[in-house]
Design a protein around this ligand. Structure first.
Ligand SMILES: NC(=O)c1ccc[n+]([C@@H]2O[C@H](COP(=O)([O-])OP(=O)(O)OC[C@H]3O[C@@H](n4cnc5c(N)ncnc54)[C@H](O)[C@@H]3O)[C@@H](O)[C@H]2O)c1
Length: 370
């Protein structure tokens, strides 16, 4: 993910009307071959190190993007915040609730630090259209919301284990820690905060090749289905919201999708068909779904013409535009054209912790009260 950011920074000229431009001046990674990639592509980098403390001592560094395995989030994010450098952190923003609480406490001690979390899918233009509908209360009373992020790479049992499949590095949340914030971002920003959760978690592939000819246990949750009782802040009524994260979803490569059903309008979008937005407005008679092609119409203006297609790396560029814009301007461009806030990561930790409790005890897990 570090290289994804570097690539986005390298094509900053793609964006129009930005108040600032990031310059990559220092890189830290334990893997020397990764550093070689930066060396051969960026002449602006003046510091290479395998020790993050050395990077944090660098006066030329204003902000740090930290994309490391989850067991390192608490230590390194807290060190970044203590060094008074701004932070773009990766999800889950701490391996567990305790780690997230420690990061939140460090942020409270350093209010001048601007910190945000990464989540790029809301920047697809069709999702920005849905966001405008949410802001205009176009859905009426919300009846149901379903959000999902689905992979299938782990369907292959011969795929060797890596850190995202190890509880001690990825965390007890399993797939929720890896994919969960992606499905929470839009609902949480809309104010759809789960009151409680009924969770079913699945460990489908129980052992994997260790890459050295043997097999090791794979104890992380592969799939998670969370059914949340959620309060609609406008009507005050409760509605069901399902948040599905799956690493073993046959047929799905990297599908992020959202469906919102309301009394006045409904909408659905999936990255499987990334320019297609489906909307149904209900005026009391026929119920007709409309399908429209949404072109290259992102929140942050670019040089690309509106008829062209938008993709993953464009969403990454938009997310970084949102981070830099808000860091420099002190406010986001739009409510939904903004990165995940630390407070939103804290809610996600309460939700995932409640989901673990719910699954373990076959009970309703309380989220707001955790
Ligand atoms: N936003 C997204 O779409 C997205 C996608 C994938 C991963 N992520 C998140 O990004 C983070 C990293 O995931 P990834 O897929 O890039 O993992 P990765 O394993 O590909 O990269 C992690 C990097 O961290 C380096 N590293 C490990 N320990 C280090 C240390 N002590 N100091 C410095 N560098 C160290 C490794 O050498 C490696 O290059 C995770 O939090 C993950 O959840 C986000």
């Amino acid at each position: 993910m570090g290289r994804e950011f570097a690539s986005a920074a390298a094509r900053w000229c793609h964006l129009l009307d930005m108040p600032a431009r990031p310059e990559l001046v220092a890189v830290c990674d334990k893997n020397p071959s990764i550093l070689d990639w930066y060396k051969s592509n960026f002449s602006s980098i003046r510091q290479y190190t395998d020790d993050y403390r050395t990077l944090l001592a660098n006066q030329d560094v204003d902000a740090v993007y930290c994309a490391v395995p989850h067991n390192l989030h608490e230590e390194i994010y807290c060190a970044i915040i203590k060094s008074s450098k701004h932070l773009m952190g990766e999800k889950p923003f701490g391996i567990d609730l305790k780690a997230n609480s420690a990061i939140m406490a460090e942020l409270r001690r350093h209010p001048s630090v601007f910190a945000r979390g990464s989540s790029e899918f809301p920047f697809f233009p069709a999702v920005q259209r849905i966001a405008t509908m949410i802001e205009k209360s176009a859905f009426g009373q919300v009846i149901e919301v379903n959000a999902a992020f689905l992979h299938s790479s782990d369907l292959d049992p011969t795929k060797p284990i890596n850190w995202k499949r190890m509880v001690e590095i990825n965390g007890e949340y399993g797939v929720m820690g890896d994919l969960g914030m992606h499905v929470c971002h839009v609902p949480f920003r809309a104010g759809w905060i789960p009151k409680n959760v009924r969770a079913i978690l699945s460990d489908i592939v129980k052992e994997r090749p260790d890459g050295k000819g043997g097999k090791v246990p794979c104890r992380t949750w592969d799939n998670a289905t969370l059914l949340c009782e959620t309060i609609d802040p406008i009507s005050g009524e409760l509605f069901p919201m399902t948040l599905k994260t799956q690493r073993i979803a046959p047929g799905e490569k990297n599908t992020w999708r959202i469906e919102i059903f309301g009394t006045k309008a409904s909408a659905r979008f999936s990255t499987k068909n990334p320019k297609c937005l489906e909307i149904m407005e209900y005026h009391g008679k026929e119920q007709v779904w409309q399908r429209m092609d949404v072109g290259y119409e992102p929140a942050f203006k670019t040089i690309t013409g509106g008829i062209f297609e938008f993709g993953f790396t464009d969403a990454i560029l938009q997310m970084w535009a949102a981070f830099i814009y808000e860091m420099v301007e002190g406010k986001s461009l739009q409510k939904f054209a903004a990165c995940v806030t630390p407070a939103e990561t804290a809610i996600s930790h309460k939700l995932f912790t409640a989901a673990l409790t719910s699954h373990a005890g076959k009970v309703v897990g309380s989220v707001l009260e955790v």
